[in-house]
Ligand binder design. Structure first.
Ligand SMILES: [Zn+2]
Length: 173
């Protein structure tokens, strides 16, 4: 069964119903992601399969892909980056259950059966897949300029750890 993408989904109900969703979401529905991008134009191609595994664990297998525009850390010009995410999330009620989770799963903490915004799930996964440092593959600036810039970047990275942001995101799930 293929459905158009709804705004919200009830994950447990979807898993019990074996729902498959396929479609596109505009990037501009994902403000936490686009604040890290140069542009919020474009769409994310989304596929989600909700189901129960052989021990009745409800899960969602997702594939999300899109092209985003980041600024190169070396020359500060725009660069296109393809984000391509495969995820397998097991729905868990409390953090206590996370420990017993089969190792192929990432935990998806859901406190209740309330509907969740589809774009928020996709957005979290795309944010986690952003490159920590985006740079053109070819040397876009002479080496001496790039070396001094690298030192600047290192100093900045110490003040805001990207991992602190990631762990906050995980807690929100
Ligand atoms: Zn560059």
């Amino acid at each position: 069964m293929h459905h158009k993408l709804p705004l919200e989904i009830e994950p447990y109900r979807a898993a019990h119903g074996g729902v498959i969703l396929e479609g596109e979401l505009p990037l501009n529905t994902m403000p936490r992601l686009t604040e890290q991008l140069l542009s919020d134009e474009g769409v994310v191609s989304v596929k989600m399969e909700f189901d129960l595994d052989e021990v009745d664990m409800p899960y969602m297998r997702g594939h999300f892909s899109c092209k985003v525009s980041l600024s190169c850390e070396r020359c500060l010009e725009a660069m296109d980056v393809n984000l391509d995410v495969d995820c397998l999330l097991a729905m868990v009620i409390s953090e206590l259950k996370v420990e017993g989770l089969a190792e192929q799963y990432e935990p998806w903490l859901l406190e209740s059966n309330e509907p969740v915004a589809l774009s928020a799930i996709v957005e979290d996964e795309l944010i986690l897949s952003l490159p920590l440092i985006a740079k053109h593959e070819s040397a876009c600036l002479p080496n001496d300029v790039w070396l001094s810039e690298a030192e600047d970047n290192q100093a900045e990275e110490k003040t805001v750890s990207p991992f602190a942001v990631l762990s906050d995101l995980k807690k929100k799930k």
